[in-house]
Structure formats: C-alpha cells, structure tokens
Design a protein around this ligand. Structure first.
Ligand code: FEO
Length: 396
C-alpha cells in the first residue's frame, strides 16, 4: 500500500492493526500503530525511514511496486530503533552501496543492532542534502526519543519528518489528523508523550523552541507513528510545549492494590474526602494489579497529585505497586504532590516505603501518609475522609 501526501512525496510504510504491545510487553497499543516511511522523488530519490523488522520483506516488496529499488539514491534513518530501521536488512541486501544518512549516534545504533558495514553518512543539524529542486535539511533531536534521533525538513513541500516526536500509536486507514476521531487522536498522542517522552521534557522544550526559531514554514508534520498532522500542523507542537512544562490538569489519581479490601476501602474513602473539599476535581482510582499500566501512567501524567496505597506484605509492598512506582521513578514527573496510604495487620512498613519511593521519584510528599490496621471501621473511614479533605486543601 502507498499513497501520495504531496506531488513528489509518498507514504510507503505499514499500518499494523494487530499490535497490542510495544517495547516488548511494556506499552499497550489497543489501537494498533503504524510505521511510517516516506519516499521523496526529485532529480534524486530518497527513502525516509523503514518499518519494524517483521514487516521488512513486505515493506521491500511494496516499495518495489512504487519504484525500481536501484533508483533510490539515498536512505535516511532518522532513528535507529528497530520499529523504524528493522527493514534495513531486507532493503540493503538489494541496494548495499546506497548511502544511509543518520546521526553519528545513529551509526552506533545501526551498527550495534545489524552488524553491517553499510555506507553510513553521518549528518549534523543544518546539513543539507540536495535532491534537485528541493533540499532535505537535517535537525538532530537527541532523546526524542533516543540519543540518535533526528528530524528532517523538506523544502518546497514544507514537510517536517519528525520520526517519533508528535507520533501516536494509532492505526488508521484515514492517515491524516483531520480525518480521524479527535478524542482518540488526543488520547493516543498524550499517552505517547506521557509514557515515552516525559523523562526528556526539558530537551523536548529546548528542541521545539530551537525548531520554532528556525522559522521554517511547516505545511505538514509527518511522524513515524500514527497519522500525519496536515490540518493546523503546529497544534501538536504547541501541545508538546505545554506537556513538556510540568503539565497537570485538575485531576487527582489514586493508585493502589489490595489483599483483603482494606486498602481499597481506604482508597475509596480518601476519594470521598477529596471530593468534599474540591467537588470539581477529577478523581480516578486504579487498582494497579488490574489496570493497564500504560493508561495508568497517562493518568498520572495528567494529574496534579497522586495517592499511592498498598497493604504491607513481607515487610514491604505488593509487587504490582512496586512495579508502577518503578515506572514512575524513571519518568521524572515534575510539580506533582503525593501521599501514601495502606492497611496492615502486623508490622505495617508499606506506607513509609511508598512515601520514600514517591519522594525519590521527585514528588512532593505532603505528609507522612495514612496507615490503618486491618479493615477500616467507621472511625478509620472518617480518618481517611479527613486525610483526603486535608490533602485536597493542600492542592488549592
Ligand atoms: Fe518509534 Fe523510538 O521508536
């Protein structure tokens, strides 16, 4: 399958409707994804990115329907991660001497993964590749999403090929931002940012400001996943600037796991207390053992505060809560408040441990947390509600 996105530019990627997990088992993709690759034809022909390795042969066969492979003059690898470079092995068997333009870190990444001595041509920000009546301008974009990542900009058509940045794991045969369901598009874009780009927010902010300062006219942004931004393309750039700057909505998220429902009862009562203090705040509760981790992280990203609860087991916390706290630790969320809670029967270490982990993850832990023994009685429920209310007051 292929389609023209401009007179001389075609999409030649793969829509993957089947994918449900990405990055191994880490990231859920209920709406599938796409691996977007683009072919630009001028006096010289350039292929920008490829697709995930399992679709490598299919990609090359499809590409051959569009062009004699020998007529490809240049290959651009904006990013070495296997979802975009995976078809290089199948392709480069057919055109082994063609130059591959990528960053210096891209060379390391591609050599490290494929162990081939391809004709690498390292580029830096500002380098240009003349295609005839157009040029491709390279812009390094380290950590969006790997150290090797880069964008490239096509003059004349005014297209920014942004690779992972501005992408979404969203399979669609409609291909453009103005044609798909807007709520689904927003959800997949924010989920992508929250789970993949949050730790690099400082660099995202800097790179976008650098990009905007170039004053390049942009008519389309073509990411490597999901739909192309052609209607008001800079809307996603402006949204990224907001997300990169300690984004928060009027939301509090409560994460917990429970053994015999004591900690669940505490979670519900804390929520009730928050509600009494701030009836307009969105409160979401997730039993993390039963919830989609990628969605949970997205909700944390949207929140101004989180409460995390676990009963005590073996002088520690439940593994489901430990797992989500480890995920949170690596994402470096900013400007969010937090507290811990948990029911216990005997030793009761969980709350202290959760508070410690939340603090280590960069949250402002506003109190010592709330521990209750066994299953909360009416007094315990009252105490939870009071803690919830006081916590909400601190967020105002
Ligand atoms: Fe879509 Fe970082 O790869």
């Amino acid at each position: 399958m292929s389609f023209n996105i401009a007179d001389s530019v075609s999409w030649v990627g793969k829509v993957d409707w089947e994918l449900r997990k990405f990055h191994g088992e880490e990231y859920t993709t209920q709406r599938g994804t796409s691996y977007n690759a683009y072919l630009v034809r001028d006096e010289k022909t350039v292929l920008i990115d490829t697709v995930w390795e399992p679709y490598g042969e299919e990609f090359v066969a499809n590409l051959e329907k569009n062009i004699d492979l020998q007529k490809i003059d240049y290959v651009v690898a904006n990013h070495g991660e296997i979802d975009h470079s995976g078809a290089l092995s199948a392709l480069m068997c057919r055109i082994p001497d063609k130059p591959i333009y990528c960053t210096a870190n891209g060379v390391k990444s591609l050599k490290g993964q494929y162990h081939q001595d391809w004709n690498f041509q390292p580029v830096k920000t500002g380098d240009r590749l003349n295609l005839g009546s157009r040029e491709l301008i390279f812009i390094e974009a380290p950590m969006l999403h790997w150290p090797d990542s880069m964008f490239c900009y096509l003059t004349s058509d005014k297209i920014l090929f942004s690779n992972d940045a501005f992408g979404q794991h969203l399979a669609s045969e409609l291909h453009y931002n103005d044609l798909v369901d807007q709520a689904e598009l927003y959800q997949e874009a924010i989920k992508y940012y929250a789970n993949i780009l949050t730790p690099f927010s400082v660099l995202v902010d800097k790179k976008i400001k650098e990009l905007l300062a170039l004053n390049l006219p942009v008519e389309m942004i073509c990411p490597s996943h999901g739909v192309i931004w052609r209607k008001d393309p800079l809307q996603i750039v402006e949204q990224y600037l907001k997300w990169a700057n300690a984004w928060q909505e009027n939301q509090t998220t409560i994460l917990y796991d429970t053994m015999w429902n004591g900690t669940r009862r505490m979670a519900e009562s804390l929520a009730e207390g928050i509600r009494t203090a701030d009836p307009l705040t969105t409160i979401k509760l997730y039993n993390v053992a039963r919830s989609d981790k990628t969605e949970v992280i997205t909700e944390v990203f949207r929140s101004k505060a989180v409460l995390v609860g676990s009963p005590t087991i073996n002088r520690g916390i439940l593994s489901s809560v430990a797992a989500v706290l480890e995920e949170i630790r690596g994402l470096f969320f900013k400007n969010k408040k937090a507290m811990a809670f948990g029911a216990y029967g005997w030793s009761g270490e969980s709350v202290k441990q959760i508070s410690q982990k939340l603090g280590d993850a960069g949250f402002t832990v506003v109190n010592d947390g709330l521990r209750l023994t066994w299953y909360p009685d009416s007094q315990g429920i009252k105490e939870c509600m009071e803690f919830g209310r006081a916590f909400a007051e601190q967020l105002k």
